[in-house]
Write a new protein. Structure first.
Length: 531
């Protein structure tokens, strides 16, 4: 097995993604553009997307990391709009885009057109999360888009199976389609509910962070495979398990959380970068088999289907946003009125991604009787152009669109005040607990050590309030920022001494690692995460 192409893919996509972080262009767009450009460099191997690799091996960890970073409480609060988009919109887009393609492309059977509709129906979890994170969408819109992208793959895959059965002549019916959808949805959620508590119990009872993180890497694959084994949705099983584990991550020990955060950030970075690069690299593979659809005709079909996909989302999003409020007094009383700006952004943010391409590549080459699947190469081509079109056109224009619509930014003052109040309450509880412990003779400490515990607690309590205070007129730093910077300088000085002592053979490497680990934890405690 030649591993060099895989190595080049991972290394190259990571390098492009790292470069994108220093520029104004979102990483997904730069990666797709780089893949398109590199695909025609002489000597570059063909990177054909294998659905047997993408769906069971790449999709579960990407869904898992996106779901664990999501808020279960926020998603539950936005359950109606998430369901309308992840289920209602995907089914609507399957039929609308499929029927439009049937009218646009001569001689394309309606069953094949519906297969195309199901393939391009779901916005992509990776694309939505990556772009929303970069452009700083309001939290409610981000929650809805993330929730939609976590669930809609299950709807689209089920719709694709039903449309494919009709296309190959297996007698698919509406009743059978509904039954298959219910089996996938209920079964996937059921498998997730069955697995989530035992997995969480195991995570909390393993005593070594290394074992816990090994388990963490296996969880999405186990959940996906278990659900698919019984004919249910592996996507929903992964999402259910991940939301539960993310919601209860505080019950796992700190060492596991520190390692797990770093491990999954690395995994997500590598997979997301590779996935977007793979999209661009599919161009030669897609163009090879177009045959009769080559040239201007294929380009016209591509533009028409892309426009239909974009318009279809607007046609669904606006009624889905405003009609429930018009029809329900309870919704009007409980929720703030939606704005046309928010609906416009949600409609425009429907970028497609690697899942659509992977499903398209899984369309069989032949049907019963060894006849060619009608329109397979065109379906693959139109899926590719739709994915590229939404990523480039919508991805490039989304940031300036949000800026032009003048969405209010995050209220950092209010967020800091809420954080300070929460820290104050927690500090009072910790101080009370410390007094109770020190009153017990079994916990007696020398005065300086007891004072140190109190000073650490006071420092944590005051740190957030200091961010609300005045800034240094010379540096522009808050008091808290200056404290962190000086703390880092002091830790850096200690680190240099430890290294010199190791180099002089006064301490060995094992002791150096122990001392550096201690400093790393202190530095992590001194600095709040900003990314």
């Amino acid at each position: 097995m030649d591993v060099m192409p895989l190595f080049l893919l991972v290394a190259g996509s990571a390098a492009v993604a790292a470069a994108a972080r220093r520029g104004p262009v979102p990483a997904p767009l730069l990666l797709v553009a780089a893949g398109l450009a590199i695909s025609y460099v002489p000597g570059v191997p063909d990177y054909t997307l294998d659905p047997h690799v993408v769906l069971p091996l790449l999709l579960p960890p990407l869904l898992y990391t996106a779901a664990t970073d999501s808020s279960y409480l926020d998603l539950r609060a936005q359950l109606r709009p998430v369901a309308l988009l992840s289920v209602g919109y995907v089914l609507f887009a399957t039929v609308a885009v499929g029927y439009a393609a049937y009218l646009i492309v001569p001689d394309l059977p309606l069953t094949s057109a519906l297969v195309l509709g199901a393939v391009v129906a779901p916005p992509d979890a990776v694309a939505a999360t990556a772009v929303a994170r970069r452009v700083g969408l309001p939290s409610r819109i981000t929650t809805i888009l993330q929730g939609e992208s976590l669930v809609n793959d299950a709807t689209a895959i089920t719709a694709y199976k039903v449309a494919l059965a009709a296309a190959v002549g297996e007698g698919a019916t509406w009743a059978g389609g509904i039954g298959e959808f219910l089996l996938a949805a209920v079964g996937g959620v059921g498998v997730g509910l069955v697995l989530m508590m035992p997995i969480h119990w195991l995570r909390t009872h393993l005593k070594e962070a290394l074992l816990q993180n090994t388990l963490s890497l296996l969880i999405p694959f186990v959940a996906y495979a278990a659900a698919e084994q019984v004919g249910a949705s592996g996507v929903l099983a992964v999402v259910v398990v991940a939301l539960y584990l993310g919601h209860r991550a505080w019950e796992v020990d700190f060492a596991t959380r520190l390692q797990e955060g770093a491990v999954w950030k690395m995994v997500a970075f590598v997979l997301e970068s590779s996935v977007f690069a793979l999209i661009g690299l599919q161009l030669p593979v897609v163009l090879k088999g177009l045959g009769e659809y080559e040239g201007a005709t294929a380009a016209q079909y591509a533009v028409a289907v892309f426009v239909v996909v974009v318009v279809t989302r607007f046609v669904w999003v606006y009624p889905a946003t405003f009609l429930p409020r018009m029809l329900s007094v309870r919704i009007r009383e409980r929720e703030k009125p939606p704005t046309w700006k928010a609906a416009f952004v949600m409609a425009w943010a429907g970028m497609r991604g690697v899942v659509s391409l992977a499903i398209a590549f899984s369309v069989p080459v032949t049907v019963h009787g060894h006849e060619s699947f009608p329109g397979r190469n065109l379906i693959l081509f139109l899926t590719f152009t739709t994915v590229i079109g939404t990523l480039v056109v919508q991805g490039v224009t989304l940031p300036p669109l949000i800026h032009a619509l003048k969405f209010p930014g995050r209220d950092t003052q209010a967020e800091t005040l809420a954080e300070a109040n929460a820290q104050a309450q927690a500090s009072r509880a910790a101080e009370q607990r410390l007094d109770e412990l020190l009153a017990d003779d079994r916990n007696s400490l020398p005065g300086p050590l007891a004072d140190r515990l109190r000073s650490v607690l006071e420092r944590r309590r005051n740190a957030v309030w200091e961010r609300l205070g005045q800034v240094n007129p010379v540096t522009g730093e808050s008091v808290d920022d200056t404290y962190r910077r000086l703390s880092r300088e002091m830790i850096g000085a200690e680190r240099e001494v430890f290294v010199k002592l190791r180099d002089g053979r006064y301490i060995d490497d094992e002791m150096l690692r122990t001392l550096l680990r201690r400093l790393d934890l202190e530095e992590a405690a001194a600095y709040r995460e900003t990314a």
